[in-house]
Design a protein around this ligand. Structure first.
Ligand SMILES: Nc1nc2c(ncn2[C@@H]2O[C@H](COP(=O)(O)OP(=O)(O)OP(=O)(O)O)[C@@H](O)[C@H]2O)c(=O)[nH]1
Ligand SMILES: [Mg+2]
Length: 400
């Protein structure tokens, strides 16, 4: 068995997750000299870079002292909270980042609560100690208080703390004495984050996330919790409702550095990407060909907001974009549905309008901006909050 650690990096928006992941990658020296190492290499789509915000959770991995550390960078914005909760399933522990000046913020509480509920061990990283007037000791105590209020177990409360500056590229146990690099953090990960628990039996992988390639289509990502998967092998895909489809694995990939690498086989404990299992959805299990056993399924967050997308029928149509017809827009939205997990679309009475549902204004605005840049022209309606009617019986107030 290889030495593996699987960790997710969680925090409130902008507390420095992606900056830290980039430094982890640099530390592991996966970069050859000729590769450019600018800032935030991981936020790799244009909008992520420009807005400095992570939209999709991402898997990377580093090698450190003979151990493979799979790292999952997560988005901090509240629109994508469900994404964080889901990908925590691939991790055995978390790095909880807290800004040394701001301390825990609402999204810190949300993601920490999810991690604690799932029984994950945390290493607290008090980040940005280079900021003037910051208060790292206070931030540390505030995290402790937060954990108490979230009913952390004794073991979870006994968390290690690392202080540092992701931006300056150092982490240490004493914030008043900056170190040279982030090896203190790497050593703490190896020491405190448990190895993946391996169960005996036939292969089982919960499809937890997906990747999309224009050439291959959808790629299932998850952690292999049991058994071994081999390239070319026949497997079962157990759907949420129990129906089973048989597929052959066409390609097996593991994460290496910022990219993926083909593998002939994957062993339990590692995180991998599987090509060839058609028609999968998040929450399905990839399992043994003959005796498939499903894992407990997981959900993708329901949309909370809708917007009407209509073709541009104003006199100025065609001036900004080249894709203007309803067929263009429909095809583009259908393509988006393949990879944008929390998005839904409904046809309307008009062939020129589509009701698009998402997780919030940020989620939908990213799609709109991406389409605009690709050359689509659209008219967009006001965002509408989706109101859910509860099925609880009506409580009528008596007048007497
Ligand atoms: N002063 C200071 N700034 C930092 C540090 N780490 C990150 N930053 C800055 O904080 C901002 C946000 O950093 P990111 O790494 O994008 O934060 P994030 O947590 O990935 O943000 P989301 O993915 O949007 O949730 C950037 O401008 C970083 O340069 C640090 O240690 N010190
Ligand atoms: Mg980020």
């Amino acid at each position: 068995m290889r030495n593996i650690r699987n960790i997710a990096i969680i925090a409130h928006v902008d507390h420095g997750k992606t900056t830290l992941v980039d430094k982890l990658i640099l530390a592991a020296k996966v970069f050859k000299d000729h590769e450019v190492t600018g800032d935030l290499m991981l936020d790799n789509n244009d909008l992520e870079r420009e807005r400095g915000i992570t939209i999709l959770a991402k898997n990377v991995s580093i090698q450190y002292k003979g151990t493979k550390i799979n790292v999952i960078d997560t988005p901090g914005h509240a629109d994508f909270g469900g994404e964080v909760e889901r990908v925590l399933n691939m991790a055995d522990g978390v790095l909880l980042l807290v800004d040394a000046f701001e301390g825990p913020m609402p999204q810190t509480r949300f993601v920490l609560q999810k991690a604690l509920e799932l029984g994950k061990k945390a290493i607290v990283v008090v980040n940005k100690v280079d900021k003037p007037n910051c208060n790292p000791d206070w931030a540390h105590e505030a995290v402790f208080d937060l954990m108490c209020s979230l009913d952390a177990t004794e073991e979870q409360l006994d968390f290690p703390v690392v202080y540092g500056s992701a931006k300056q590229g150092w982490m240490g146990h004493d914030w008043k004495n900056p170190t040279e690099d982030i090896t203190v953090l790497l050593d703490d990960i190896i020491k405190h984050i448990p190895e993946p628990e391996i169960f005996e039996g036939t292969p089982q992988m919960l499809v937890t996330s997906l990747d999309y390639s224009n050439f291959i289509g959808r790629i299932a990502i998850g952690r292999l919790t049991r058994g071994k998967l081999t390239n070319g092998q026949m497997v079962s895909l157990v759907k949420r409702d129990g129906t089973i489809f048989k597929h052959r694995i066409k390609q097996l990939l593991v994460f290496e550095g910022l990219g993926k690498k083909e593998a002939q086989f994957v062993e339990a404990g590692d995180i991998c990407a599987v090509v060839g299992v058609e028609g999968f959805e998040i929450g399905d299990t990839i399992a043994d060909y003959e005796n498939p056993e499903a894992l407990a399924t997981i959900d993708v967050d329901e949309p909370t907001m809708s917007m009407m997308f209509t073709i541009n029928d104003s006199p100025f149509f065609g001036q900004e974009g080249k894709f203007v017809t309803s067929r263009h827009v429909r095809e583009r939205l259908e393509k988006e549905l393949e990879k944008n997990l929390a998005m839904r679309m409904l046809e309307t009475n008009s062939a020129d309008s589509f009701m698009v549902f998402g997780r919030g204004v940020l989620h939908l605005s990213v799609l709109i901006e991406t389409m605009r840049r690709e050359g689509y022209e659209l008219q967009i309606g006001q965002p509408q909050v989706i109101v859910k009617k509860s099925m609880a019986p009506n409580v009528s107030q008596s007048k007497n």
